[in-house]
Design a binder for this molecule. Structure first.
Ligand SMILES: Nc1ncnc2c1ncn2[C@@H]1O[C@H](COP(=O)(O)OP(=O)(O)OP(=O)(O)O)[C@@H](O)[C@H]1O
Ligand SMILES: [Mg+2]
Length: 294
């Protein structure tokens, strides 16, 4: 559901307006207007900025816009296009479409349930078969933060100071708390790698990004839980700076237990098996890339 001024959730910290085909966070109307971007088509056609990702389904660009005082603001523009397969899957209720609409919806949901994520700036879509066939989101850069994929090896490789031991412990416990809260609400991220967690150290806060695949059901199934946890487990094994006791601390905190029970060890075994499959799949993809580069 898109939240507008007429249709506002009491707990949302944001105010939105519908202008020229976009739903826009009212705090960002001046900067978008000043840069000629208060219009859906203009945003879709915008071809400046740094390209972060591009594939046949979406394109992510970091764009720098100046405000009226000349200050630069980094925003992220994510443009999506659904494939026919994805539209059919979604129409027949075989999963949610990985669209900008889903990402926007989940950004608002995460804010309303207290899971830190990106600040939503603007959303727009063109529908086909009542689905968001083409869609876009603009979010604000998470300022003074870096991804855990970068932060962990930079700070936790080699011998650690007492301060860094404590920081690593806090990160582990915070990750466990975020993932448990998601799963308790029937939410699964489906792209739960450490690159999608951002950390700000002062004051300490962990944010989640890339919410386009987040799915919500009444209850998360065992298989979906294993999949999320295996993605996180896998990404913890490919980074320098995370060890077995960090992983154990994570699981105990996620499972809210001091001692692993039989069901817990079984769950961890399933997660490791799935993580091995992710690893083989990833090796295959990288293998294909390096073959192509030969
Ligand atoms: N609001 C934001 N703040 C900071 N960085 C962001 C933000 N939005 C996107 N990024 C950066 O852009 C990258 C790509 O965005 P995102 O992960 O949402 O797209 P993606 O196409 O799904 O990427 P992939 O599928 O490769 O994970 C992120 O990994 C992150 O580095
Ligand atoms: Mg991503």
């Amino acid at each position: 559901m898109i939240i507008t001024e007429d249709n506002k959730k009491k707990d949302s910290p944001f105010r939105f307006k519908e202008i020229n085909g976009i739903t826009v966070n009212t705090d960002f109307i001046p900067i978008l207007e000043l840069n000629g971007l208060l219009n859906f088509q203009k945003i879709m056609n915008f071809d400046e900025g740094k390209l972060y990702r591009e594939n046949k389904r979406h394109r992510v660009s970091g764009i720098n816009l100046k405000d009226s005082s000349g200050k630069n603001h980094l925003l992220f523009l994510k443009r999506h296009r659904l494939t026919v397969n994805e539209m059919l899957r979604s129409l027949f209720n075989r999963g949610n479409a990985e669209s900008g609409h889903n990402e926007w919806d989940k950004i608002l949901l995460f804010h309303s349930i207290g899971i830190p994520t990106m600040v939503p700036i603007a959303y727009g879509e063109i529908q086909r078969w009542s689905l968001p066939w083409v869609s876009m989101t603009i979010t604000e850069n998470i300022n003074n933060a870096v991804s855990l994929e970068q932060f962990i090896p930079d700070n936790f490789s080699g011998k650690l100071s007492a301060e860094n031991v404590a920081l690593k412990r806090n990160i582990t416990l915070e990750l466990a708390s975020i993932v448990r809260r998601l799963h308790d609400r029937g939410l699964n991220h489906q792209d739960l790698y450490l690159c999608h967690f951002f950390i700000r150290t002062d004051p300490f806060k962990i944010f989640m990004i890339d919410l386009q695949r987040v799915n919500q059901r009444n209850r998360i199934s065992y298989g979906r839980k294993v999949k999320d946890l295996a993605q996180l487990y896998y990404s913890s094994t490919v980074l320098k700076g995370i060890n077995r006791s960090d992983r154990l601390r994570f699981f105990k905190s996620y499972l809210k237990t001091d001692r692993l029970r039989k069901a817990d060890t079984r769950l961890i075994k399933m997660i490791k098996l799935k993580s091995n499959r992710i690893s083989r799949h990833t090796d295959k993809i990288y293998g294909m890339v390096s073959d192509r580069q030969k």
